[in-house]
Design a protein around this ligand. Structure first.
Ligand code: GLP
Length: 249
């Protein structure tokens, strides 16, 4: 397995940011998927800093969001659209044509998902996908129990996240909130993946993801089968695994 362990947060963020920059420099028209959350915010801001300092050509790259919250306005600060805009898209001057997102509201999410995945395919498929890891092993909004071969579609939100978003957006109890996400099959089609996980709270699920059996109970365990997935961890997230023996596995 391809496992990288960063000694500290700064090294973790820098390593991940350079994976993105290296991809853009090697293939300026690349298609790169991004995840939102606490793990990736600093990585995105660092990519902007590197871009500002080195001024490499990012005018042809396509960025897309792995998933999106549904039932809220996309301008809401916790929507993936707004998070990515704030963290990386605006800072790198990426135009609308090169920033693809699933919608937060729609009368036909299935059609939107087909359009979204079709557009990614039309641009040559996913060159690099940066994946966050949920504490329960979710990837995107693919929660435990999701079929390992599922394609893009709507999904339920875990109760903790749902309660927070409901509170922040003052969404009444009767109005459904959820998510829309690339499926696990779409994720596995990415040519290259970097799974990023940091912090003590991810140590147990990192062990399950890498050492447990491949099962829909832990959606991220499917990544054991990906031929070009790097697991980028900080030392806290790697605390419960034997890195050397896994590297030789
Ligand atoms: C959310 C997002 C995922 C993200 C995950 C990890 O569920 N929908 O895209 O990867 O959380 O988030 P964090 O990095 O905050 O732990």
């Amino acid at each position: 397995m391809n496992i990288t362990v960063a000694d500290n947060e700064k090294q973790f963020d820098t390593t991940a940011a350079w994976r993105i920059v290296d991809m853009i420099c090697a293939r300026p028209q690349s298609v790169i998927g991004l995840s939102t959350g606490r793990t990736t915010g600093n990585i995105h801001r660092l990519v902007c800093d590197i871009h500002r300092n080195l001024d490499f050509d990012a005018s042809r790259v396509t960025f897309f969001g792995l998933d999106e919250v549904t039932g809220v306005d996309r301008e809401y600060a916790g929507a993936c659209y707004t998070m990515l805009r704030t963290e990386i898209i605006d800072g790198m001057d990426i135009d609308d044509e090169h920033f693809l997102m699933l919608p937060t509201r729609s009368g036909d999410f299935a059609a939107d998902c087909r359009k979204f995945t079709g557009e990614i395919k039309r641009r040559g498929g996913i060159d690099l996908l940066i994946l966050g890891l949920g504490e329960n092993g979710h990837l995107g909004f693919n929660q435990p129990g999701s079929a390992l071969n599922c394609t893009a579609g709507t999904a339920s939100m875990d109760p903790v996240l749902e309660a927070r978003i409901r509170r922040e957006t003052a969404t009444p109890a009767g109005v459904p909130l959820g998510g829309v996400t690339l499926g696990l099959r779409d994720i596995m089609h990415a040519r290259r993946i970097v799974l990023v996980a940091k912090g003590d709270n991810k140590a147990a699920i990192v062990r399950q993801m890498l050492c447990g059996s491949i099962s829909s109970d832990v959606p991220a365990s499917i990544l054991q089968l990906h031929p070009a997935c790097e697991f980028l961890l900080d030392s806290k997230a790697a605390a419960l695994i034997d890195v050397n023996s896994l590297r030789n596995a």
